[in-house]
Design a binder for this molecule. Structure first.
Ligand code: SF4
Length: 389
């Protein structure tokens, strides 16, 4: 059964505090767009290619860097169901974005597998094609704790591949990090199910925190060698306002690389495509590839082509944004497709985000130290659990 489209009957709850300020979508300069004007560039000449869709703000983990239990405890108010975009609204938004240049759709959360009947959403997105007739890449980021039972259905619905978050192989360290009693075995079981279902190539993301899980770098590398799974090491980022991020908790990718190369020699690979977040390297002995996402020490804003859609229908043009634009209001106000497309076109055209690059400038100028705050005001940043990583 398809999820019912929401018809508002009463005033909605106030926005979740994680969402930041909310602005209306910009008005269209022309609607429909003049023929030949389709794919917009932003003010830094970057196209729109990647749409990350958060389908729930809930997660069954309480990782300290994302949803610490001190903030997201039993009393926390998550979004009420009626605030969420329906599957029909997500499909419509995705279809319009694809007509404007999006080539990849990534479902995220929270933990996206906590949204009921997610395979139905996947089935509605799977047929989307670019204006040139190419299928849109459809991916999912998950902690994999619920994946074992769902992998086959997601594949059957049309999901192409999964990216899995796993921060340690040692069960004590992992359970301390997820603060939810989920074992490494449960996640590995989910990974096996994804492999069996054919949801590859699979990527595993490990957020490295100095003093927390840095001793897991080599064991993780060893475990995923020869597996055809690409392990990617992510620098701990200052996303949101609830994790108390400090610069001295970041272990730079260069140091992660050195630790791995001491055991397994590496050689650099060229970037596969523009806008790729990871710098990839291959094991010299042919045991596979790994990646480094150096969001803090080597900003990649220059070719960032990502747009984020929150669970309740707000669009964020940067992971570190302070404000979103209310697509849900426009969807529910009855705007037709031409008008919505033109308004989305205008939104991307006015984008000029480059938070990490500016943070890097501040750091290299020597003004950023272990407790320093990057250029923007951290307290007002939106939370990663609200818009996905
Ligand atoms: S900081 Fe913002 S603009 Fe820069 S890479 Fe991250 S999401 Fe893109």
């Amino acid at each position: 059964m398809r999820e019912a489209r929401f018809i508002p009957l009463k005033q909605e709850s106030p926005p979740a505090p994680a969402s930041g300020a909310v602005l209306p979508l910009p008005l269209a300069i022309a609607s429909p767009l003049p023929s030949g004007v389709q794919a917009p560039l932003d003010l830094l000449h970057r196209p729109l290619r990647d749409l990350r869709i958060s389908v729930t703000d809930r997660c069954n983990f309480r990782c300290g860097y994302c949803m610490p239990r001190s903030v997201y405890g039993p009393g926390h108010r998550f979004l009420p169901h009626q605030a969420l975009l329906s599957f029909e609204e997500i499909e419509r938004a995705s279809r319009l974005m694809v007509s404007l240049g999006v080539r990849k759709l990534r479902l995220t959360g929270g933990e996206p597998l906590m949204r009921k009947q997610l395979d139905q959403l996947v089935a509605s997105l799977a047929p989307l094609q670019t204006p040139e007739g190419t299928p849109v890449e459809l991916t999912l980021t998950t902690n994999a704790s619920l994946l074992a039972d769902k992998a086959a259905a997601l594949k059957a619905a049309g999901l192409h591949r999964v990216t899995i978050s796993l921060d340690a192989l040692d069960d004590t360290i992992f359970q301390r990090m997820n603060d939810a009693g989920v074992s490494v075995r449960q996640v590995l079981h989910g990974i096996e199910a994804a492999q069996k279902a054919g949801l590859g190539p699979i990527k595993v993301n490990m957020v490295v925190q100095r003093g927390v899980n840095e001793d897991q770098i080599v064991p993780m590398a060893r475990h995923f060698r020869h597996s055809s799974i690409e392990l990617r090491f992510i620098e701990y980022m200052d996303v949101g306002a609830s994790n108390g991020w400090q610069m001295d908790q970041v272990l730079p990718s260069e140091q992660v690389r050195e630790r791995i190369a001491e055991h397994f020699p590496l050689q650099a690979l060229p970037a596969a495509q523009t806008g790729e977040t990871a710098r990839r390297e291959a094991y010299s002995d042919g045991a596979g590839t790994i990646g480094f996402i150096s969001s803090v020490t080597q900003a990649f804003c220059g070719d960032c082509n990502r747009l984020r859609l929150s669970t309740d229908g707000r669009l964020y043009t940067c992971l570190f944004a302070h404000q979103g634009h209310d697509l849900r209001a426009a969807l529910r106000a009855g705007d037709d497709d031409d008008t919505l497309r033109a308004r989305l076109h205008a939104l991307w055209q006015q984008r000029q985000d480059r938070y990490s690059a500016l943070r890097g400038t501040t750091a290299s100028a020597g003004t950023m130290h272990s407790h320093a705050e990057p250029p923007a005001d951290a307290a007002r940043r939106i939370e990663m659990s609200y818009i996905g990583g």
